[in-house]
Design a protein around this ligand. Structure first.
Ligand code: PRT
Ligand code: MG
Length: 214
């Protein structure tokens, strides 16, 4: 049995064509089914539906043989013991710093004042501002970061941006582009050795599908 951990939403949707290229079709829709283990057309392949941030954990501890997760998640939560053979170029976005449109970020940074930054990405934010020599107080949030500057809780946020529509709708502007983000295939190292014959063809099919779509 090969178990693949995926999160609902964009990663699931964008992974379906890759699975199809490997001959795998998921037979249930995670949006309508309450099941957390989905069957596929291959009797020996199943899909686990987990929180995006839990994908590396399931793969690391062998609850799943492989999974698909954002580089943001891997950087923030670590990627210990995970084999990362492939950048799938899916769920593309960037991680950025954004502030209220009436906040003078450049001057604040130049003056060496302390910035209060709200984010789910505390490790990424800490490292980014440290590399710029900017002093920050970090506030950890689990979602809707955009609210923090609007209610005066933070000067800035560090969050994922794709179209920029969410920032715009909340009168925030992007002032720094920290890095580009895509999703990666992660594989349990023991599973790769023990189930080589089943896992390799899936990696290879993903690789050619990704190559073909670039
Ligand atoms: O939602 P939940 O709390 O369960 O978990 P999650 O937010 O970690 O999962 P999910 O499915 O939303 O995101 C999974 C992965 O998709 C992330 O880890 C990223 O690698 C990737 N991804 C790509 C994104 C986006 N694009 C994205 N735009 N994840 C989140 N967003 C959010 C962003 O946080 C912001 O709130 O969408 C909003 C901005 O979108 P735009 O288009 O308005 O700019
Ligand atoms: Mg989300």
């Amino acid at each position: 049995m090969i178990t693949i951990a995926l999160s609902k939403g964009r990663i699931f949707e964008e992974t379906l064509p890759l699975l199809k290229a490997a001959g795998i079709e998921v037979l249930e829709d995670p949006d309508t089914s309450r099941k957390l283990i989905l069957t596929t057309n291959q009797p020996d392949v199943r899909v686990l539906v987990v929180r995006a941030t839990d994908v590396p954990t399931y793969v690391q501890y062998g609850g799943a043989d492989m999974g698909i997760t954002g580089k943001d998640t891997l950087l923030e939560h670590g990627s210990q013991g995970l084999y990362q053979p492939l950048d799938l170029h899916i769920a593309q976005c960037r991680i950025s710093v954004a502030v209220r449109s009436d906040f003078d970020y450049k001057t604040a940074v130049k003056k060496g004042s302390r910035l209060t930054v709200a984010t789910k990405y505390v490790a990424i934010a800490r490292e980014f501002f440290a590399s710029k020599g900017v002093h920050v107080d970090l506030i950890k949030l689990y979602g809707s970061m955009e609210l923090a500057p609007l209610v005066g809780m933070a000067d800035a946020i560090v969050d994922l941006v794709s179209t920029g529509n969410t920032l715009k709708a909340n009168h925030l502007v992007e002032v720094e582009h920290i890095m580009d983000i895509t999703s990666r295939l992660v594989v349990n190292q023991a599973a790769l050795k023990l189930k080589q014959a089943q896992i390799r063809p899936i990696i290879d099919a993903f690789e050619s599908a990704v190559g073909a779509s670039q």
